[in-house]
Design a binder for this molecule. Structure first.
Ligand SMILES: [Zn+2]
Length: 325
């Protein structure tokens, strides 16, 4: 996901209105990931008894092809505890109607308005209860919003399940001390079913009002400016004075993330200034793309869930993120 947003930022022209938005999403996403990690580590530092299962970052299917995503799910004999993690600093006010989280400055002026984490949590709880019912389980679900940092919470409803990270160990301990409502076998069965049904949370291609704003050709892995074709295989950056022998797969991934789920051989040829269909076929063979159509309408389609689990893709994305200046 981070790779996806970064590609979106890198490939939009500086004047694009949505670029600032994407940059903000990217920095929020990074903060969010580090917050989730900190909360997970804190929960792990509690002496968890046998028969407690933690599942991080779980997306489960709902009816009609929908899915819902949860940050941390704790399955125990005392029931399921959902943790929605947040990383927002400053002075915060939970506003009940409309449900939103407002960040204010010292004078109480609203600076930013966020979706209300309590409303998100309530939604996840309902979705999880529905999923459990569909799978034939009856088990209570409790939830908590946990801030990975220590914001100043100025206004909040009484008994709202909102905690700061230093309270999270006690929150988990108290949950585990509650009366058992299911047995060890149920805990195992529920958590195994969750893992079996887990979906990748992949909102691709990313929404953009004007996809043609993206630069789709190969870009430099250092300065992110367009590369020029130097020879049959090699590409060159005028600014870094470096050549790149293999910008192909990263460029294709960016296409599937930003533009669309499919690509035609003609489009591949245009992207890389290729002359022969054979080169397209050789290139597309390197990753598990699905061939669609036949004869003249042939094209390639990305299966996002398959791609993110492909070793070569994981490696490419890792290298790309590591090369960031
Ligand atoms: Zn460069």
């Amino acid at each position: 996901m981070e790779f996806a947003l970064q590609q979106a930022v890198d490939r939009l022209p500086p004047g694009d209105l949505t670029r600032a938005d994407k940059e903000q999403s990217l920095s929020n996403l990074r903060a969010g990931v580090s917050g989730e990690k900190r909360i997970f580590e804190t929960v792990c530092s509690v002496m968890l008894p046998d028969g407690v299962v933690l599942i991080q970052n779980l997306a489960l299917p709902l009816l009609g092809g929908m899915q819902f995503q949860m940050d941390l799910v704790i399955v125990a004999k005392s029931g399921i505890l959902l943790i929605e993690s947040k990383q927002i600093a400053g002075r915060l006010r939970f506003h009940p109607v409309p449900a939103e989280l407002r960040k204010v400055d010292e004078n109480g002026e609203i600076q930013i308005v966020y979706d209300c984490p309590l409303a998100q949590l309530a939604d996840q709880k309902e979705n999880l209860l529905q999923w459990l019912r569909m799978e034939g389980y009856r088990v209570p679900v409790l939830g908590a919003v946990v801030f990975a940092n220590n914001p100043i919470i100025e206004e909040i409803g009484q008994d709202a399940p909102v905690y700061k990270i230093r309270e999270v160990r006690n929150l988990v301990r108290r949950h585990l001390e509650r009366k058992s409502v299911i047995n060890d076998e149920d805990v195992m069965a529920i958590s195994e079913t969750m893992r079996e049904h887990a979906q990748s949370y992949l909102p691709f291609p990313l929404q953009h009002p004007n996809r043609s704003a993206y630069f789709t050709g190969p870009i430099c892995r250092h300065c992110r400016k367009p590369l020029k074709k130097q020879s049959k295989r090699t590409w060159y950056c005028d600014i870094c004075l470096l050549s790149d022998g293999d910008p192909y797969l990263v460029t294709l991934l960016a296409w599937f993330i930003l533009i669309r789920k499919t690509i035609s051989p003609r489009e591949v040829m245009n992207l890389f200034d290729l002359k022969a269909h054979k080169s397209v076929r050789n290139l597309m063979m390197q990753l598990p793309f699905e061939k669609i159509g036949s004869g003249k309408t042939i094209g390639y389609q990305a299966d996002y869930a398959l791609l993110v689990n492909t070793e070569a893709v994981i490696q490419l994305i890792g290298e790309w993120l590591a090369s960031e200046e």
